[in-house]
Design a protein around this ligand. Structure first.
Ligand code: KG4
Length: 339
């Protein structure tokens, strides 16, 4: 009998549901929330309300596209945290009601574990290249910048992480002061492709070990910008592409420096990247360069698995299902916690 897992993700501003059969993805539906654009950031209360509106149609659509009826499901996996509490509660409550009504087990998934295990989502008819254990995973999103040693599906160790801002957060904040809109990542990425990455230099952190820091870079960017604008009030407009390219290059350098250090220290050549910022072209190119120069086997996810999605929750749920790791009905959502 096949194992059919419904995954539900609602930790931030995307409502998503996905169905996986024996590790193969059947559907992955994501409803974004345009409502936040006007505010330059995610407004938690608006996110929760949008999740409330989206959750039923999104789950319905995911089951429909998968050609699966809810009675066939083996279990329902859901993001329990970390994330915005109000947003998480929508998915968690829905999963609980759904599991109870169908009398099937519930599987709680850590959102960050989901990002890492997105590399194991298989699609019928595709190559489905997967990292071998142990591998390193650079997890870079709006809220996290971590280097993770992945020893097995259920055995991960955080080797280093940001001590202040995340890489995505730094990009988003710099983009905001440049008046470019939200989220800044894709906008900076697009502009950077037309600019000179060496046009400006911004300060890089000197943090020992494998930890990251991005708040200094953000301050250096803002400070430099303010000075340049005293000379030329239209400085941003005149140098948009070069500013974006230089900022992106600095962030990519900071990320890759520590990742290289970790790869050397742990003597690992299997290296993956995950999370929203892994959509970035500069970072993807840096991975490809490192593969050539250092003989790394690199794993870069499809764009659709880089940002928040339920496919990664469903695949994590699938592995936990095989280990019979279910969660009790009273399991609460959590907003902050390590992997
Ligand atoms: O993993 P994710 O979707 O959400 C959470 O953090 O929960 O990551 C979102 C982050 C945002 O900071 C966004 O600006 C960034 O990923 N991002 C990018 C790109 N696409 C999204 N950053 C750089 N380049 C991109 N192409």
């Amino acid at each position: 009998m096949s194992t059919l897992i419904l995954g539900i993700e609602s930790s931030c501003d995307d409502t998503s549901a996905a169905v996986i059969r024996d590790g193969y993805l059947l559907s992955n539906v994501v409803a974004g929330q345009a409502v936040h654009e006007a505010y330059g950031g995610v407004v938690p209360e608006l996110a929760s309300r949008a999740h409330q509106q989206n959750i039923v149609p999104v789950v319905h659509e995911a089951l429909k596209r998968a050609g699966v009826s809810k009675e066939e499901l083996s279990a329902v996996a859901f993001t329990r945290g970390p994330g915005l509490m109000g947003s998480l509660l929508v998915g968690v409550s829905f999963a609980k009601g759904f599991a109870r009504a169908l009398n099937i087990p519930m599987i709680d998934v850590n959102h960050l574990t989901g990002h890492v295990l997105a590399h194991f989502i298989k699609v019928e008819g595709e190559e489905n290249r997967q990292p071998e254990f142990p591998f390193l995973c650079l997890l870079v999103s709006g809220g996290n910048s971590q280097i993770i040693l992945v020893k097995a599906y259920n055995d991960m160790e955080i080797l280093g992480q940001t001590i202040d801002d995340a890489a995505g957060e730094a990009i988003d904040k710099c983009s905001k002061v440049m008046g470019l809109g939200y989220p800044g990542g894709p906008i900076i990425d697009k502009l950077a492709r037309q600019g000179n990455p060496k046009a400006f230099s911004f300060s890089k952190p000197h943090i020992p070990g494998l930890d990251y820091s991005f708040s200094g870079l953000k301050t250096s960017f803002l400070y430099s910008l303010r000075n340049w604008m005293k000379e030329d009030p239209d400085f941003i407009e005149h140098h948009k592409t070069d500013l974006a390219a230089s900022l992106e290059a600095t962030i990519v350098d900071i990320l890759m420096d520590k990742l290289r250090k970790a790869a050397k220290q742990y003597n690992i050549k299997e290296v993956a990247v995950a999370g929203g910022v892994s959509a970035n072209n500069g970072l993807r190119n840096a991975f490809k360069e490192h593969a050539q120069r250092y003989g790394w086997n690199i794993y870069i996810p499809k764009f659709s698995y880089t940002t928040d999605n339920a496919a990664m929750i469903a695949i994590t749920g699938y592995f936990k299902f095989l280990d019979k790791e279910f969660c009790p009905m009273e399991a609460p959502a959590f907003s902050r916690v390590a992997l």
